[in-house]
Design a protein around this ligand. Structure first.
Ligand code: NAD
Length: 694
């Protein structure tokens, strides 16, 4: 498309209109700056032009920079800064006419104009922090000059947009336009055509810029953005806006933008941005795969998971029938759901009316027959193959033809469950994470015979109930739990060799995980892991497990639910080391003849993180996950891996796979064949995903 087409020029008498036409969201990609500059040149050269209106064609103003251009060399990247410089120096009034969204570079462009008008529902924001960068085209210097230090920091550090109505209150929008935006903008441009001097944002000073405001912001990000670079740089720049001439801040911003953009954190956050979008695409499944209409859901089991799963459907307005074996269990389950909603209402995040509407969509039942009209049925009963097989046999006779029959099993073979039905194509695993009403991840387990329609419907359903769905294959623990299982083993091994549990957790906390392996086990309940180890030992004919952690469970310390496990807990749930636990570990080592050694933080971090990577590589090789990016998404949304590290696989890429392999070998682990091969070839997981077109 020619520059002329990307930014169309038209006239309404004395006003020149520049319409950006770069669908779908008018991103600031190559061609847009050239078109805008050409338009400004035309307006400057023509005395009959008194003012310029810049507007977005289609559904939005400029929704941001094109993230793909981040990797272009500087000379080839679209010249947003140059365009805004030109706007700032422009001798005639310029008016940005905003509808849809003005985000990132879009809002910076609008702030380069002398005035801004918007439709009331337009959204304005600087979301760069979410990608580990900062507004790099004047945003950090102009936003504080328009809305004041406090509000600008709030917007830039959260990355969240505000509505144009609020934009008007804080001075970002000069007029809200209710009717036709272009006519309103042109009328406004005529009103201000002769205003001189032009009220350029770059010439204003920053209001409310006390040192305390910046100090408070620095304090705040220690909690909200722990360990992250770009929020620090944003605060530095906002402070420069308040304390130095515009040009100095403008120049510093360019340098700091490059610093942030070239950081591993930003690479990781950009990886996450794309990985999430990729995860929604299922290899081999066409976009036109038909999906089923889900109007009614059935859930079997109103325990920890069943109740949470039900809430997701109720929140999305989908009626649910929930089935239990006894009235008592049913009452208990419904009581928990109601209490959860009432607590949300108490916090003001939901009205009492909303609570009743949701509860009104829920039908309790003791009869599986009442699931006959459900479009999807999710089983969430005890983790026992015989019980599940019995339920699926009965469901096969009850469910209507075509209904999706899903299991929430964490470890059992979905193929084996599907095989007891006459319709294995309708059976799928939907693995929610606890608490199911909170955790965003949904592992969608594709069994051998699961139909494309059932798979596509499940993916669409995940979106509808606001989950991040990732398709995985059948194996023990699927992706997330299979990896976390190996990670837990390594953590226990480290303690056996000499580390203290708190050192192990601290190493993971320093990596950015809110909870280390032992904090996580204490929360989940130590008895659960113990039961799994006992079960596995039984199945494989090994002696009953008797590791140090198994011994802790046997003392009755089962984790947070019993007031203590590996750690003690107070009311604030802060973990504190326990002397008896330490003594038990010491005794255990003595019995085993282990002389404890000091283990460096580096070794702790690498052994734990690379254990995840190694198992992830194996999972990838087996085709249980389609992409390394999928594994990363699973770890971000299911296990709190920090987005600014991009997930375990991206972290490995960043560390360099050759180094990862060398470290694994040094620590006595066998690198997975795929990991070894990639390292030998000088490859990366991202490269592998790209080469497979995924
Ligand atoms: P739970 O013990 O809290 O709840 C199970 C419920 O199922 C109980 O209320 C029980 O009365 C009911 N039930 C048993 N047999 C039934 C039947 N025939 N008909 C109707 N109801 C029946 O267990 P949970 O933690 O909710 O786990 C349920 C499933 O979810 C398991 O397969 C588990 O592996 C899986 N899962 C659990 C978690 C977790 O963290 N708890 C996470 C993901 C998946």
């Amino acid at each position: 498309m020619s520059t002329e087409n990307i930014v169309a020029q038209s006239r309404q008498d004395d006003v020149l209109i520049l319409t950006i036409q770069n669908p779908p969201v008018n991103a600031f990609s190559p061609g847009v700056p050239e078109g805008l500059k050409a338009g400004l040149d035309a307006a400057a050269a023509d005395d009959s032009v008194k003012a310029v209106v810049i507007i977005g064609g289609g559904r939005t103003f400029v929704a941001g920079a094109d993230i793909k251009t981040f990797n272009l060399p500087r000379e080839q990247a679209p010249d947003l800064r140059g365009t805004i410089d030109k706007l700032d120096a422009f001798p005639k009034p310029t008016v940005a006419a905003i509808h849809g969204t003005a985000l990132g570079g879009g809002l910076e462009l609008a702030m380069g104009c002398t005035y801004r008008v918007a439709t009331p529902d337009a959204q304005l924001g600087l979301p760069e922090v979410k990608l580990g960068v900062l507004p790099g085209a004047g945003g950090t210097q102009r936003l504080p000059r328009v809305v004041g230090a406090q509000k600008a920091l709030e917007m830039m550090l959260s990355g969240e947009p505000i509505k144009a109505t609020e934009g008007q209150e804080v001075g970002l929008i000069d007029r809200l336009i209710d009717g036709d935006l272009l006519s309103g903008a042109v009328a406004f441009a005529r009103e201000v055509a002769d205003a001189r001097p032009l009220p350029r944002i770059s010439e204003r000073s920053v209001e409310g810029a006390s040192p305390e405001v910046f100090a408070a912001a620095r304090q705040g990000i220690k909690k909200s953005h722990r360990g992250q670079l770009s929020p620090e740089l944003i605060i530095d720049l906002a402070e420069m806006a308040a304390t130095t001439p515009f040009q100095d801040g403008w120049t510093a911003e360019a340098t700091k933008f490059m610093q942030a953009k070239d950081s591993p954190q930003s690479r990781a956050l950009r990886h996450v941005f794309f990985a999430e979008r990729e995860a929604a695409k299922i290899p081999g499944l066409g976009k036109d795969t038909p999906t089923l209409d889900i109007r009614r859901a059935g859930i079997i089991g109103a325990g920890t998971m069943g109740g949470g799963i039900a809430m997701n459907f109720l929140n999305a307005g989908i009626p649910v029938t929930i089935v239990e074996t006894t009235q008592e269990a049913l009452d208990r389950g419904l009581g928990v759901i109601r209490r959860n909603y009432e607590n949300t209402a108490k916090k003001g995040r939901m009205s009492q009316g909303d609570v009743e509407t949701r509860m009104g969509l829920l039908t309790p039942s003791l009869d599986m027959g009442s699931l006959a009209d459900a479009d999807i049925i999710i089983e969430a009963v005890f983790e026992n193959m015989d019980v599940k097989k019995d339920i699926f046999t009965r469901l096969d006779a009850i469910a209507k033809p075509g209904a999706i029959l899903a299991t929430n099993t964490s470890t059992l073979d979905v193929n084996e469950i599907a095989a007891v039905t006459s319709r294995p194509e309708s059976v799928i695993g939907l693995h929610f994470f606890s608490p199911a009403n909170v955790m965003k991840l949904l592992e969608i387990v594709r069994a051998d015979k699961t139909s494309d329609t059932v798979l596509a419907t499940s993916m669409a359903l995940a979106r509808r109930i606001r989950k991040v769905g990732v398709v995985v294959g059948v194996c023990d623990g699927f992706v997330g739990n299979r990896m976390v299982h190996r990670y837990g083993e390594e953590a226990r091994q480290l303690v056996e060799e000499g580390a203290r549990p708190e050192d192990v957790d601290a190493a993971m906390n320093a990596l950015g995980l809110p909870m280390g392996p032992f904090q996580m086990s204490d929360m989940a309940g130590l008895d659960i892991g113990h039961a799994i180890r006992v079960h596995r030992a039984k199945v494989s004919g090994e002696p009953e497990p008797d590791g140090w952690l198994d011994r802790i469970v046997k003392t009755g310390r089962k984790g947070q639910k019993t007031g203590g496990g590996i750690y003690d807990y107070d009311e604030t749930r802060t973990p504190r080391p326990n002397a008896d636990v330490q003594a038990l570990i010491d005794t255990y080592r003595t019995e085993k003849g282990v002389t404890p050694r000091d283990i460096s933080t580096e070794e702790l971090t690498k052994r734990l993180a690379y254990t995840l990577v190694n198992e992830g590589a194996q999972i990838l090789d087996e085709g249980i996950a389609a992409r390394a990016g999928d594994i990363d998404v699973i770890y971000l949304y299911g296990y709190g891996f920090p987005a600014y590290r991009g997930g375990p696989m991206q972290y490995a890429d960043e560390m360099g796979l050759q180094g990862v392999v060398a470290d694994l070998e040094r620590y006595g682990q066998t690198p997975a064949p795929l990991l070894k091969r990639l390292a030998d070839e000088g490859g990366s997981f991202a490269g592998l995903d790209a080469s497979r077109g995924r």
